[in-house]
Design a protein around this ligand. Structure first.
Ligand SMILES: C[S@@+](CC[C@H](N)C(=O)[O-])C[C@H]1O[C@@H](n2cnc3c(N)ncnc32)[C@H](O)[C@@H]1O
Length: 253
């Protein structure tokens, strides 16, 4: 007889375990799933290109964010971490997948960029030691792969690591364009995340209500010859941690 639940963390882990190991990107073995995903670097995966997000470049060029300490959350092969480093940021980058980190390290070495890489689950502070405060938490494509209950861990990470006056920049699947539109409860009923969750602009505003919206728009569609990455099926959201905003207020739905 198992009696496993004593803390919120125990509940989160129990919910993690409801997703079948081979079925999706969020499992106890998710690092392995992503390692397989990155095994063939020649596959035509849009974000395998060595180009930064057009949204990131736009924030930088417009002075919406200014150099400081950045965390690239779910950095993959590191294309945005590299851009930030080249623009004078001090960059930490974390990813669950050793293969992604190895690729990002190679790219950083080739570019002569000084980036501190961390391997492991960004939301497990016992496994990955990230020390804030960061002026920017940058997430291109990680959030939408998390199961609903891990939003709690995501918000806790932002709360713990984002500097007052700092920014969270997020690119995630836009409902109607990409990602699964099941209700939160149905992911648990079906034990699958179906390749990632779609979000509406309203749902993002609700989830990140403790932050101040700076900009929320669709990512621009960048043609193949563009020096930037851009896919219109993604939201590009920039939120600020306002001095006046309490970090963990309970938003009304
Ligand atoms: C769609 S990929 C995007 C990669 C990269 N940000 C880019 O845009 O090129 C999502 C990444 O999030 C990482 N990831 C997912 N869950 C994570 C977690 N709990 N901690 C750290 N990284 C995670 C995956 O390993 C994967 O590399």
């Amino acid at each position: 007889m198992d009696r496993n639940i004593r803390t919120i963390d125990d509940v989160l882990k129990l919910l993690d375990g409801l997703f079948a190991p081979e079925a999706d990107r969020w499992t106890v073995d998710a690092g392995n799933w992503w390692d397989g995903f990155y095994a063939d670097r020649d596959r035509a995966v849009p974000f395998f290109v060595a180009k930064p997000d057009e949204s990131l470049v736009s924030y930088l060029d417009r002075g919406l964010i200014a150099p400081g300490r950045a965390l690239d959350l779910g950095c993959g092969p590191g294309r945005n971490a590299l851009e930030l480093a080249s623009r004078g940021w001090t960059v930490d980058a974390v990813d669950l997948s050793p293969a992604a980190i190895a690729w990002a390290e190679e790219r950083a070495r080739e570019a002569g960029a000084d980036i501190t890489f961390h391997r492991g689950d960004a939301f497990d502070s016992a496994a990955v030691e990230l020390s804030g405060p960061y002026d920017l938490i940058y997430d291109s494509g990680c959030f939408h792969h998390l199961p609903p209950h891990r939003r709690i861990s995501y918000l806790a990470l932002v709360d713990r690591l984002l500097a007052v006056g700092g920014h969270l920049a997020l690119n995630c699947f836009a409902a109607g364009e990409m990602g699964s539109e099941l209700s939160d409860a149905d992911y648990y009923r079906q034990s699958a995340l179906h390749g990632g969750l779609a979000y509406t602009a309203e749902s993002l505003r609700w989830i990140f209500a403790a932050l101040t919206e700076v900009e929320l728009r669709r990512m621009h569609d960048e043609p193949p010859e563009s020096p930037y990455f851009g896919e219109p099926f993604l939201w590009s959201a920039l939120f600020a941690r306002d001095v006046r905003t309490p970090s963990r207020e309970e938003p009304e739905k």
